[in-house]
Design a binder for this molecule. Sequence first.
Ligand code: NAD
Ligand code: MG
Length: 404
Amino acid sequence: MINVAILGATGSIGTSTLDVIARQSERFCVYALTANTNVERLYSQCVQFLPVYAIMVDHDSAEQLAQKLQANTDTQGIKVLSGAAALDTIASSPEVDYVMAAIVGAAGLNSSLAAARTGKRILLANKESLVISGALFMQAIKENNAVLLPIDSEHNAIFQSMPAQLMSSNSASSDQMGSLHHFGVEKILLTASGGPFLNRSLDELSNVTPDQACAHPNWEMGRKISVDSATMMNKGLEVIEASWLFNATADDIQVVIHPESVIHSMVSYNDGSVLAQLGNPDMRTPIAHAMAWPERMTSGVAQLDIFQVAQLNFKAPDFDRFVCLRLAYDALRLGGTAPAILNAANEIAVQAFLNESIAFTQIAHIVEQTMEALTVQTADTMNRVLEADQQARDIARKLVSDRL
Ligand code: NAD
Ligand code: MG
């Protein structure tokens, strides 16, 4: 039995992971489930999966959960922990084999790193970890022989389309990744749906509501990543994520708007071949792939009906419409702490938009102005990275309050 810890169990990726595990119960055992504040959902997950540990970052929520678990004879034995440090304890527990890193935002950084430092198989949904501290994260993976498998659908598709000899030895962190071009790879074609506002007039964008921004045409996701998809910051974060996972430069990665979300990404080779991974837009496919790798297992996702799809469309992204995508490419080219600054400013701006404190179009302005206000440093220690993250949050918060 493989013991799995699911960090961010109550979220969109967390629940999809549990759905896959429920179909594979002879193979995987849920060792720990974690959440921030959603007591009801974590409780019902505990009843179904009977983990050894249940963790809630929020102390009051943990208290409520403990009472509910105590009141049920089936769940009385589940140990409840609280606080952010408990996430790191669980992610590095010797009992745990696989860690699903599915917390949203920078809040997922420490636990992802803890899993890397203790040599786990990391199923990485929390792209922000790589964006904030990619160099340090990849170093921790290598030094501790951790196995890093991407859950983000595009990166999972790229992983599946990369040369087998690069990917078979270990994982996305393989040392051989030094030479994409050596293996004949010309370009990574990172697909993007374009989100709900792909064809909306630019004038209308300043008035869109959080619910409109979160109504993604193809994917059901948490609210933060849904807003990121609408601004295409999500694709920008994914460009940075891909650069670390596949040791690629900004010039190696071409974003392709593909509104159907059927091709999840492609790799183009020097002999003219283009390899792609296709499937219905359902995160259970990349989750099952990463959990079973290098084998395959069923995920509950229906087979793609290619005749029903019938048509696939592609176009180049418009950087004037999707300013956040341009800013992310800028941050990747600048390197050092620039991606951490981009990410932190974006987290503050997106939260402010979701709270209806700023307009949708101001998200990009706040990120851009925060980037302009800070000098990029080298990102060679975690202190430097976290300092940049904190400074960017302070500046972005000030920019938000100036607009109120
Ligand atoms: P979500 O908002 O649905 O869930 C977030 C989870 O994180 C919840 O379990 C919540 O309890 C937990 N959480 C929130 N704040 C926390 C905090 N401060 N400390 C500890 N835990 C906290 O998010 P999601 O859509 O499942 O996304 C999770 C991650 O996966 C994100 O990094 C996102 O970019 C990535 N991702 C998601 C999808 C998707 O389809 N949803 C696809 C690709 C990548
Ligand atoms: Mg994605």
